[in-house]
Design a binder for this molecule. Sequence first.
Ligand code: FMN
Ligand code: SF4
Ligand code: SF4
Length: 290
Amino acid sequence: MRNVTIFYFSGTGNTAYVANQIGSAFSGKDSICQLVPMENVLLKRTGIDLENTDYVGIGFPVHAMDAPDIVYRFVDLLPTGNFKFFIFKTAGDPMLNGGSSYHLREKLRIKAWKCIYDSLFVMPSNVGNNPNPEMIKHLALIAVKHASKMVTDILTGKIVNEPKSNIVGLFRLFGKLESKGAKKNSDRWRVNEDCIHCGKCVSNCPTKNITSEGTKLVFGKTCIWCFRCCFHCPTQAIMMSKMFDKMRIKPYNIERILEEPAIRSDFFEHATPQHYVRFRKHFQELGLMD
Ligand SMILES: Cc1cc2nc3c(=O)[nH]c(=O)nc-3n(C[C@H](O)[C@H](O)[C@H](O)COP(=O)(O)O)c2cc1C
Ligand code: SF4
Ligand code: SF4
């Protein structure tokens, strides 16, 4: 019996979904797997206990070709030691392998951690164009296969690293600019009259960036642009700055889409736009599609 601990961050649910698939795949293969949201550690709701852990998973959504700031802050808290870890990152596009996890791996290498697997899971993009339900369903089903393959590879000792790229420094620069922008920009976010004061956004924000002042909600300067508040607001009352209002998408629920038989589950088999060629190529290279 092996012990696996997966630490993950997820803004709108994609990475949480993948973390669950990886957790189930380990549990089906004689392993005990616990899933820990990174914010629970950062907000001191739980500690880090890696005694008897055989493998540690680190999961996050790609933000501006890099890991979000919250992931770097979490990794700073990890102990030094001879731990084997794997990375799973989710991104809306396989282009340039979703950026790079090189800098994150370097941080862990300095702590004597050994990376045994690093893989990109393509999931619906939570910014930009609304992903259609067929696409969401197919991506979610491919992620199940991907998780199973990843776990089999890990347990059979196959080491997989992200493809080499000469522009990793640039990816880190994008990431840093994005996290600066998030802090500067979002204290201008507002809530409109549709707000029903349910308090969901306040309690769910992973950085405690939203506070209530009487009936007013105030956004501070610790935002990481994870979009959890907007995505889960029951009345869509959160008004982001102009730039983001253009990029916000309609919230979707992966589990509900999976349960809906009328939604086709073979989107990438028949999708025609040129844009999807690289998606198919990514899945074929991973052996997830013929
Ligand atoms: C601020 C921000 C930046 C993003 N940057 C990228 C990116 O550089 N490349 C990409 O493919 N997807 C990007 N995405 C899309 C997310 O990585 C993708 O939808 C991810 O699966 C979301 O995971 P989550 O639901 O766990 O938060 C970005 C999303 C946000 C909110
Ligand atoms: S989640 Fe939406 S409705 Fe609920 S308090 Fe926040 S803004 Fe208001
Ligand atoms: S304010 Fe919203 S987008 Fe910013 S960190 Fe909190 S939940 Fe995420």
